[in-house]
Design a binder for this molecule. Sequence first.
Ligand code: DGY
Length: 325
Amino acid sequence: MSSSSSKYKVFVTQSIPKEAESILTSNNVELVVNQKTPLERGILLENVKNKDGLFCTLNEKIDQQVLQTAGLNLKVVGTCSVGYDHISLEECRERNIQVGYTPGVLTDATAELAVGLLLDTSRRISEAISSAKSGEWGDWKIMWMCGRGLSGSNVGIFGLGRIGLAVANRLKNFGVNKIIYHNRKPNEEALKYGYEYADLDTLLQESDFLVVTCSATKETEKFFNMEKFKKMKPSAIFVNVSRGSVVNQEDLCSALKNGIIGAAGLDVTTPEPLPLDHELFKLNNCFITPHICSAEVNTRVKMAVITATNIVNALQNKPLLHQIN
Ligand code: DGY
C-alpha cells in the first residue's frame, strides 16, 4: 500500500467485467482503468508507477522496463490468461513480485474453439458461407466445396495437457480411428482414455489432423517449421490454439502454398492482430480467427474474477488462487 493513501492502487489495462471490478473495489483497492485500446506502451509505463498491483492481459509485455518503472510497491501482476509468455517471470522473481494467472476455467471454451476451427478448416464452412453469399452457389456439383472428414482419421495432439485432453475428449466422438499425442513424457490421464503416446515423427507422419495445444516456451519457439511440415501428410490439417510463436509463419505460408500440407486453422498468429495484407490472409486454405479461444461469456467473467482475486489475495498476503512463480 502506498504511504500517501490507505488504499491499494491497481492499474487495470482495459475495462473488465463488473464482477471482477467489485472484487477489487470492495477489498480496499483504488483502480485506475485504462479505457483506450490498444494501450500504448507509454501509457502503461506512466500508469504502472507506484502501483501495488497490475491487472493485465496477454496484450501487454511485462518486462524489466515495466517492472522497474512500477517501482518497489508492486507486489503482484495478475494476468487474465492462462498463457504467460508475455511476462518476464525472471524479472518478477528478482523483485519478489507474485504472478497470478487463470488456468482451468478456459479449458472447455478453448477446446470447443479448437474443434470448431478444425471443422471449419476441414469442411470449409466459412469459405462455403462466403461463396453462398457472393453468388457462387450454382448447381449442386459433385466435388464442389469438398473437404476432409474426421471419421476414420488419425487425430494428433502436440502438447497434451488440460486443453489437449479436452480437445481429444471431444474429437473421439467423431468416429476417429485413433488419437495420438506427443509430449515430453506420456500423460497419465491420456493413457486412461486410450490415447496413444507417439514419438514426434510418428505424430507428424500419421496425423490427418494435428492440433497444437502446447505452451509457448523457448523450447517450442518456431517449433513447427518446414522440416516438420515436410514430415506431415500433404492432406494434413494443422490447427493452432497455442501461440503464434510456436510456428515459423514463413514456413507455414510456404507449406500451405506449395501443397506440403493441406490446410491450416489458426486462432493465434505472430503478430496479433495479423496485418490485413499478410500473406496468410490471402491463402484459400488458411482460416484465421482473432485469438478467440476463450471468448465465451461465462469463461471470460470467470477469468477476470480469478485475476481480481489473485491480486486481492496477494495484496492481503493470502495465497493466490493460481500462482505461476
Ligand atoms: C490465454 O488465456 O492464454 C488464451 O490464449 C486467451 O484466453
